[in-house]
Design a binder for this molecule. Structure first.
Ligand SMILES: [Zn+2]
Length: 524
């Protein structure tokens, strides 16, 4: 027998089996052709995997490379391939880059990224996927359809419930997109332009997704004070529409709210037991990466960025906002660190406490000044998730592990600012926590959470498990070394312990990036 590549003497974690086993893997073209004893076979390329784990490529079911625009700026996405990611699902948190019934639709990206210089030459979801397929993609890409994108194409910049006619058009656009290969739909209920969606509107959309047997991904309305109600809302929606539900970047934010975690996990468990197909993704960090304006009271950001800026100039509204912020947890607000601000890169890395001291104002004032000075385009780091909750969430039987990050290269750029270390090291960090027994699950269970389970939820066929006939998306890693070196101050770092990464049969990482790009657009 002759193969293009043989991975020899590895310990196979195939993404399905409970126990690891020793075997060789034979690859030709894009496919896995044989798994077993291949000692008498020949190959153009032999990869030695002694003492290493060989597993399916990691599937990042919650990724923002599209809304942060790096999908086009850095299509090779080295920060992802170098941590073993072979497939990403973008279109999260209510925002996708298609369909675009008109130019208003794309504006929901602006809370994360400026649209200056963007060249969007598609209207339908099918045309978007065709366009994307012409980029040299580093990883396989699939996408959900963002509800906010659909909505803004019709309702525009206004914040109001959609009319029955508009709901009908949204359903049609959604259905067409799902037929063209989109993996599902996402809601971003915390954001201004979706906050007014009625239950009828959301249910109708969720039913369209259910009819296509695809995925509904929800960024909860609240991850803090109202997290219990928000989880109930998501579960009720999924239960009535009979749709598969993923809660995005699940966590409880703010020390005051941490005791609510037990309640929401209980709600999720009970929903699952009565037949709701609910699960959640988690990133292995206690610091969130958040759009700053979402710290304002909801009424202050209804109406989007222009309304926010107006409110900040109106002295009565500003007083009301300050009173609201002072009522929150002081400690948390002061430690918020500016991560990205395209308009004010000099402030990157500073905390609100430092900015407040410089401006000789309170931290709440400093927060408002930051929003005003940056045209409400500012993303921050906020350490607001409890250390104890992390192992419980990562190890939970219904959790998947995902980055919630985006693809970057290894060069700092002022327009990207400080990116969250999860963009570079989420998966190695998670595996390191498993090795160190901080997360008490087996290696095979850990690998399932980042391979076969997300593949099944996204319905990307022939990926997520090592099996003959499947695509050769494969990671070889060293369990003794696996871990992340990326930090908040210095995120642009390669991980430890990733030895080889193959995508569609091509070797894209061999101790370091090979420069090969082998990703494809996955229509599901
Ligand atoms: Zn989100």
């Amino acid at each position: 027998m002759r193969f293009d590549t043989i991975i020899k003497n590895g310990t196979i974690l195939d993404g399905i089996s409970a126990e690891p086993r020793s075997a060789d893997v034979g690859i030709s073209g894009k496919e896995i052709k044989a798994i077993g004893n291949l000692s008498s076979a020949r190959a153009r390329q032999i990869i030695s995997a002694d003492h290493k784990f060989v597993c399916p490529g990691f599937i990042d079911i919650q990724n923002h490379s599209d809304s942060y625009f790096t999908l086009f700026e850095i299509p090779a996405m080295p920060s992802l391939t170098s941590q073993g990611v072979t497939t990403i699902a973008v279109g999260q948190c209510g925002t996708s880059l298609a369909p675009l019934p008109n130019i208003e639709a794309i504006k929901s990206v602006q809370k994360w990224h400026s649209l200056a210089g963007a060249n969007l030459n598609w209207l339908t979801f099918g045309e978007y996927f065709d366009s994307l397929g012409r980029y040299p993609l580093g990883v396989n890409v699939t996408s959900l359809i963002g509800h906010s994108t659909l909505r803004r194409g019709l309702v525009g910049d206004k914040v109001r419930p959609a009319t029955p006619e508009e709901i009908g058009i949204m359903s049609k656009l959604l259905s067409d997109g799902l037929s063209s290969g989109a993996a599902g739909m996402s809601l971003g209920l915390a954001y201004a332009h979706e906050a007014d969606s009625t239950i009828e509107e959301m249910t109708e959309a969720a039913e369209v997704v259910a009819k296509h047997r695809k995925l509904l991904s929800i960024h909860l309305r609240s991850e803090g004070v109202h997290v219990v109600e928000s989880v109930n809302e998501a579960i009720d929606l999924a239960e009535s529409a009979k749709v598969s539900l993923k809660i995005s970047h699940f966590k409880v934010r703010g020390e005051k709210n941490w005791p609510k975690l037990e309640i929401v996990l209980d709600r999720i468990d009970r929903a699952y037991q009565r037949g709701v197909d609910v699960f959640f993704d988690v990133y292995p960090y206690t610091t969130s990466w958040t759009v700053l304006y979402t710290y304002l009271p909801k009424w202050a950001y209804e109406g989007g960025r222009s309304a926010i800026l107006e409110n900040l100039q109106d002295s009565a509204a500003r007083r009301k906002i300050l009173a609201y912020l002072k009522d929150q947890e002081q400690k948390t607000i002061a430690d918020i660190m500016i991560a990205t601000s395209p308009t004010n890169p000099a402030l990157v890395g500073k905390t609100l406490r430092q900015i407040a001291a410089n401006q000789d104002v309170g931290v709440e004032e400093a927060l408002l000044n930051m929003i005003a000075a940056t045209n409400a385009q500012v993303v921050v780091f906020d350490r607001n998730i409890s250390e104890e909750s992390l192992p419980a969430l990562l190890g939970h039987p219904l959790s998947l592990v995902a980055s919630d990050g985006a693809g970057y290269d290894f060069v700092y750029s002022p327009s990207h600012g400080l990116v969250h270390p999860r963009c570079f090291g989420a998966f190695p960090k998670f595996l390191g926590l498993v090795r160190d027994k901080k997360v008490k699950i087996s290696w095979s269970e850990a690998v399932k959470k980042i391979t076969s389970r997300p593949a099944e939820k996204l319905r990307v066929g022939k990926r997520g498990r090592l099996a003959v006939g499947n695509f050769a998306d494969i990671v070889v890693f060293d369990p003794r070394d696996i871990g992340s070196r990326a930090t908040y101050e210095s995120p642009y770092q390669e991980s430890d312990g990733i030895d080889y990464v193959l995508i569609n049969g091509k070797l894209v990482f061999w101790k370091t990036l090979t420069g090969e790009t082998a990703g494809e657009v996955l229509k599901v």
